[in-house]
Ligand binder design. Structure first.
Ligand code: NAD
Ligand code: UD1
Length: 339
């Protein structure tokens, strides 16, 4: 019996593969490598000393994907695969709806055909209506502001409807807050293509000197220092949450949505200051105008994760800053460098 990990060569997927293998699960990984590198797969194997089947397949291609179900005894799917750049999704909505929705439909059709009934889905805090009261709970109103977010919203709906019709299915919708950090070895981490959009990769590349300075988007928000507040979560805590979700899915049916966050908000300047202090490096920055679409504060109410999965975040902001920097220092060009 194996867990099929879609998007397992990606940032969160690769860390989760390591945790699953360490826990004793067998895995099968599929990724078209559209936003990742085959070296991530090699490093998962290196870190765990374990081998597993890897398919460089396109999930939207039903015939290809069916081969994976035919050749392996799959009992659970963790579905990370998807396009995730918010700005790009506004420019290319068709590509986002096509890739994210069609891949999920293909996967679900094959799950039904091959009698696979458990799926853990990578959703996002972005499904919560902007302006929701903080900390935000799973029962808050949902609404999105961009096609990427709507794909998450729609996939949550699709999976919920399937689990309603197929009473033996178990669907766990994990709503991640802001994943940062990397494996403690520095061997796997986040490897964004081009200039990073997200805060921490921008900081690490600035500290390295690849980027000149960080623009802090707005210092006039209603927060303790005027800069935006988010719930940053260590990718290793997030990965562990998936192992707990798999265990939950093994013994429960129906659909449940669960926040994976720490419940603690930090501002942009909190992150910059912690990063400089922990790592003894400078992160030059300027205050810039607000970024369109940003809100002042987003952080999770994480109590359901504790009640339902027995999971809570353990890593500190210092751990996140130290591990992000170790990965970046050891891999200045991400997976693009190899001695
Ligand atoms: P990532 O881009 O590193 O990983 C996604 C992987 O999916 C990539 O390796 C990509 O090559 C693969 N992929 C995409 N479309 C595919 C397809 N059609 N067929 C096969 N493979 C395909 O992203 P990540 O940061 O690891 O995120 C994983 C999931 O979590 C995504 O669904 C993302 O939307 C969601 N999520 C991420 C964040 C975040 O901040 N990183 C926050 C909330 C939710
Ligand atoms: C972004 C995505 C969101 C996704 C989340 C997790 C957008 C609009 N939203 O959220 O869908 O779920 O990532 O990965 O892209 N900041 C700067 N300077 C920078 C970059 C960011 O000041 O160069 C600030 C932002 O204004 C924000 C904070 O840092 O206050 C975090 O930004 P970011 O890492 O992009 O994450 P989110 O905007 O929270």
């Amino acid at each position: 019996m194996s867990i099929l990990v879609t998007g397992g060569a990606g940032y969160i997927g690769s860390h989760t593969c390591v945790k699953l293998l360490e826990t004793g699960y067998d895995i099968v990984v599929v990724d078209n490598l559209s936003n990742s590198n085959i070296k991530a797969i090699d490093r998962i194997k290196q870190l765990t000393g374990k081998d597993f089947p890897f398919y460089k397949y396109e999930l939207c291609d039903e015939a290809q994907t069916e081969k994976i179900f035919k050749e392996n005894d799959i009992n659970c799917v963790i579905h990370f695969a998807g396009l995730k750049a918010v700005g790009e999704s506004v420019e290319k909505p068709l590509e986002y709806y096509d890739n994210n929705i069609v891949s999920t439909l293909t996967l679900c059709k094959l799950m039904k055909k091959y009698d696979v009934k458990q799926i853990i889905f990578s959703s996002s805090a972005t499904v919560y209506k902007p302006g929701s009261p903080m900390p935000v709970s799973e029962t808050a109103e949902l609404a999105c502001t961009n096609p990427y977010g709507w794909t998450k919203y729609m996939i949550e709906r699709i999976l919920t409807d399937i689990a309603f019709a197929e009473k033996q299915w178990s669907v766990v919708l994990l709503r991640y807050f802001n994943p940062i950090g990397a494996h403690e070895s520095g061997l796997i981490g986040e490897d964004p293509t081009g200039i990073p959009n997200n805060l921490v990769p921008y900081i690490t590349q600035t500290a390295l000197g690849r980027l000149e300075k960080l623009s802090v988007f707005g210092n006039d928000y209603d927060t303790h220092d005027g800069t935006g507040v988010r719930d940053y979560i260590h990718v290793q805590d997030l990965a562990r949450g998936h192992v707990d979700a798999v265990r939950y899915a093994e013994s429960n049916t129906g659909t449940t949505a669960i926040n994976l966050g720490t419940g603690q908000g930090y501002s942009v300047l909190d992150i910059v200051n912690a990063f400089e202090k922990v790592n003894g490096v400078k992160v030059p920055y300027v205050i810039a105008p607000r970024r369109a679409g940003d809100v002042a504060t987003v952080y999770a109410n994480p109590t359901k994760a504790k009640e339902v999965l027995g999971w809570e975040a353990e890593k500190t902001l210092e751990d996140m800053c130290r591990d992000s920097w170790r990965w970046q220092k050891q891999n200045p060009k991400g997976y693009g460098t190899e001695e």
